[in-house]
Write a protein that binds this ligand. Structure first.
Ligand SMILES: C[S@@+](CC[C@H](N)C(=O)[O-])C[C@H]1O[C@@H](n2cnc3c(N)ncnc32)[C@H](O)[C@@H]1O
Length: 227
């Protein structure tokens, strides 16, 4: 498998997901996303769509009534399964284009940095249709995405030319998602060398000179959808 940055077919969700796991542990070190979403998932039936290695599942499952972790990559789910063992958790390995859950069965869907990894817009639309199908009439969807600007965007070549991120976020807003929270958070790696190794593995050699410290600032936007 070739390197596709962090898009759907990335080696970092498959044979090199140990690197993704280090990236994921460092991401949002102050737990701002967790603190924002925790009250939303308490005692709810939750679908974590594109749950990856279980970053949020690990923290949320005990608070939820039932927690589904869905991901296309079995390798990602293997790491998540090692973190979480509970009767209220169910893992689903499939594409989110066809979610094997009943319609009107989920209170809250959280999806953190997933839709943008799917490059074809028609497939993204299919995922959105599936999310809405399984969502209860009074349910909510929260998408965690990167916002424009900041160090992380600069390192992955999306700042100062903001077009890619802006186009994607505009697309989300065109689908009746509205910004619910915006804040700055940061990655905290063990060392600058670790940050360089991880970013080089994902985005290639050229990014290494842009990494000045083990802390990398990141702008977040959380989008909300309600029927
Ligand atoms: C950037 S990672 C985010 C993982 C996790 N949500 C997190 O916050 O660490 C994107 C995840 O989406 C998954 N994914 C990509 N395309 C998918 C699809 N069509 N259906 C389900 N999962 C998908 C990948 O396997 C990967 O684990």
């Amino acid at each position: 498998m070739n390197n596709f940055n962090l898009s759907e077919k990335s080696k970092n969700y498959y044979e090199e997901n140990d690197i993704y796991e280090i990236f994921s542990i460092a991401e949002d070190y102050p737990n701002k996303i967790y603190k924002c979403l925790l009250p939303k998932i308490k005692n709810k039936v939750v679908l974590d769509l594109g749950c990856g290695t279980g970053k949020f599942m690990k923290k949320f499952y005990k608070e939820a009534l039932k927690y589904y972790g869905l991901d296309l990559s079995n390798e990602q789910l293997k790491i998540a399964k090692n973190k979480v063992k509970s009767n209220n958790v169910q893992f689903i390995c499939c594409s989110a284009e066809n979610i094997p859950l009943l319609e009107n069965s989920i209170d809250v869907i959280i999806s953190t940095w997933v839709l943008g990894t799917i490059l074809e817009v028609d497939r993204r639309n299919k995922v959105l249709d599936e999310m809405k199908r399984v969502l209860k009439n009074d349910g909510s969807i929260y998408l965690v995405e990167n916002d424009i600007g900041g160090e992380f965007e600069e390192i992955r070549n999306r700042f100062p030319n903001i077009k890619k991120t802006k186009d994607y976020n505009d697309w989300i807003e065109s689908k009746r998602f509205t910004p619910y929270e915006k804040f700055e958070t940061y990655f905290n790696f063990k060392s600058r060398e670790q940050a360089i190794d991880v970013f080089k593995n994902i985005w290639g050699e050229k990014v290494k000179d842009k990494i000045k410290s083990k802390i990398i600032k990141q702008n977040i936007v959380i989008y909300k959808f309600k029927i």
